[in-house]
Write a protein of this length. Structure first.
Length: 138
């Protein structure tokens, strides 16, 4: 059986632990209230790429982040086809090259599952921003 001083020590340790957790929770709540999280964060809300896309008249939007396009511009989009889907890649490239209002929107970097950005965008006009780029922009 534990002694009274031992119980008091355990209670103090638990109390301090809970106090630090509460302070941490309060900091997190403050950050989430002021900056948001995910696509609601200030980084995304201030996205130059999304702002430009929202103002554009487009027929088809190909992108590496469908959720960002929809959430920030309220426009539907298609995912960039993976490198091994040759038919879909050809369809996308034709659409972008034919100047029919199709654009390729890239937020950040293209990952390894896609064809290289250089191959995807050869010959396309582009507008670059700090957080991404729009290709096929006319």
């Amino acid at each position: 059986m534990a002694t009274l001083p031992g119980k008091i020590l355990v209670a103090l340790v638990i109390g301090l632990f809970l106090l630090f957790q509460l302070q941490n929770l309060q900091k997190n709540i403050h950050v989430l209230r002021t900056d948001g999280q995910g696509y609601a964060s200030s980084r995304w809300r201030q996205s130059e790429t999304a702002r430009a896309l929202k103002q554009m008249s487009t027929s088809v939007i190909y992108t590496n982040d469908k959720v960002a396009v929809y959430f920030l511009s309220n426009k539907p989009s298609c995912a960039i086809p993976t490198a091994n889907n040759q038919h879909a890649l050809e369809t996308m490239m034709e659409s972008l090259e034919n100047n029919n209002g199709a654009v390729l929107v890239v937020f950040g970097n293209i990952t390894g599952e896609f064809m290289s950005l250089e191959k995807l965008t050869t010959g396309l006009n582009s507008v670059g921003f700090q957080d991404g780029a729009i290709y096929g922009y006319r």
